[in-house]
Design a protein around this ligand. Structure first.
Ligand SMILES: [Zn+2]
Length: 145
């Protein structure tokens, strides 16, 4: 399921896994305040349970550039906009991509209902102008056989 979103955003298949959310939570939690003071790594490690303290130690090491503190765990997109620009643009394009062919029947003018093998522009093999000749050749070849 994660791949269905991660791959269109440019990550490799299998690159984004659920355990990364634990890492992300840990990083976000370490930036919170506990009664006005930065939360202690010990508290965060305890909250994470099994393996929490070693995760905190690993995450704590690369929080150096973070200068954000909040009362609660938050993951604000504006804090990551710079490094996620390309991925967010890819996600935006992917969410707008048609899921049904945008073509119409030449004969009846009815919308095409094909949902698989769509081009990035949202056309099936038959209705994609760039691939239409190829489709005709294939169809013609089948009749001969
Ligand atoms: Zn079509």
């Amino acid at each position: 399921m994660l791949d269905s979103i991660a791959v269109p955003c440019g990550w490799d298949k299998g690159e984004i896994r659920a355990n990364m959310f634990r890492h992300t939570y840990c990083a976000a939690r370490l930036q919170t305040l506990d009664q006005g003071a930065p939360v202690s790594p010990w508290t965060v490690g305890r909250e994470l349970g099994h393996g929490g303290h070693s995760l905190v130690n690993r995450v704590y090491g690369h929080l150096g550039e973070v200068r954000h503190r909040s009362e609660q765990v938050e993951y604000r997109i504006e804090h990551f906009e710079r490094i996620l620009t390309k991925r967010l643009a890819a996600l935006d394009a992917w969410t707008r991509k048609p899921t049904i062919c945008q073509g119409k029947s030449d004969r009846t003018g009815m919308p095409c209902r094909v949902r698989t093998g769509l081009s990035p522009e949202g056309f099936c093999l038959w209705h994609d102008p760039a691939r239409r000749d190829e489709a005709k050749r294939r169809r013609h070849g089948k009749r001969k056989a």
